[in-house]
Write a protein that binds this ligand. Sequence first.
Ligand SMILES: *[C@@H]1O[C@H](CO)[C@@H](O)[C@H](O)[C@H]1NC(C)=O
Ligand SMILES: *[C@@H]1O[C@H](CO)[C@@H](O)[C@H](O)[C@H]1NC(C)=O
Length: 404
Amino acid sequence: MLPTVLILVGSWATLQADLLSDKKATGIAQVLLHWDPNPDQEQSNVELRYHVKIHAPQEDDYNTRKTESKYVAPLHNGFAASVRSILRRSHFFLASSWVSAELKASPGSSGTSVMNLTCATNTVVSSHTHVKPYQVSLRCTWLVGKDAPEDTQYFLYYRFGVWTEECQEYSRDTLNRNTACWFPRTFINSKGFEQLAVHINGSSKHAAIKPFDQLFTPHSIDQVNPPRNVTVEIEETSLYIQWEKPVSAFPVHCFNYELKIHNTKNGYFQMEKLATNKFISKIDDVSTYSIQVRAVVSSFCRASGSWGEWSQPIYVGKEKKPLAEWRLIVFPATACFVLFIFSLICRVCHIWIKLFPPVPAPKSNIKDLLVVTDYEKAAWNETKIEVVSCVEEAGFEVMENSMF
Ligand SMILES: *[C@@H]1O[C@H](CO)[C@@H](O)[C@H](O)[C@H]1NC(C)=O
Ligand SMILES: *[C@@H]1O[C@H](CO)[C@@H](O)[C@H](O)[C@H]1NC(C)=O
């Protein structure tokens, strides 16, 4: 037996230090295990491997040739691991004794941690199209821990690969405690295989708030968008239905669809599972139909997730006014009404101006002359007033005609 002693540089403090010195707080639900090889082991004719055993939070077991290893796991209840070296010379295996290290559970009682954490991602068209065509948003919600004091405040962080971000947009409960978080864009890749790590810690003046870690597989929390531009056309006794793939980083061939044709007259539902983006259905032409489509990313492209949202229903057929036509009627009617009110207002203004004529604007020379001559001819008082008003009336008519 070879005397092989391994040193696991992994006390609580050392592990923590390694985490923080790593790229952007990789510490969220991730530990770096590091050990030093025994100097006596450096022999050229032997094959050296390390056997790593994880004891907590869940048992796990693997081999590596390297002297360090990143391990992803929720850490709020602590972490414990052991390592030994395995020497192989021709057909002989020699194993060293184990060395161990652990991270203690985070302080605070478990009743102060958040509960029922759920997260969902959604793909949207990027607002920065020159960088990436799509961006992934993330929304998480949780319940306040049952033993958390009233002044508790929670903070959410996520890690995807080496990227870590803190939440900037929280929703709060009546006691002003954060209970949901929204990231409009993230570093999450919906086509990626890595796990999404979410960490929620907190603070309170009255108690230590125990942090909480949870890992999510991206495909299982990804909400697939509904298919786009669904169109339905009726030709005699056939429905021609077409749509486009949802907003998604996955290409066209990655989607399966489910089509729902609801006969609103007899209540019958026709459901179709499809890999194409069109469908023709026979119909009877006295019924009305509502048509909806939803999508799922097929197992060719990733581990299958769940169905996305249904598209907005499209109504076709006889009888009931289909929604689109209804809008066609309401809109012109509203427009006519607005025009009518407008012309009414114009009329009223018109009358108003007639009743209370504006202060005379500069008049044409002819009219001035007219006034002057009438002036001279007529007696001083009443006649003057009459003639002036008459002239202004005429001036107004001219202006009105040129306006309309
Ligand atoms: C929270 O989760 C627990 C089990 O994990 C469940 O029994 C409970 O109904 C959930 N509460 C709510 C409000 O969803
Ligand atoms: C919560 O966790 C983040 C990331 O690990 C850390 O930077 C922050 O100081 C923690 N806050 C509290 C209140 O523990």
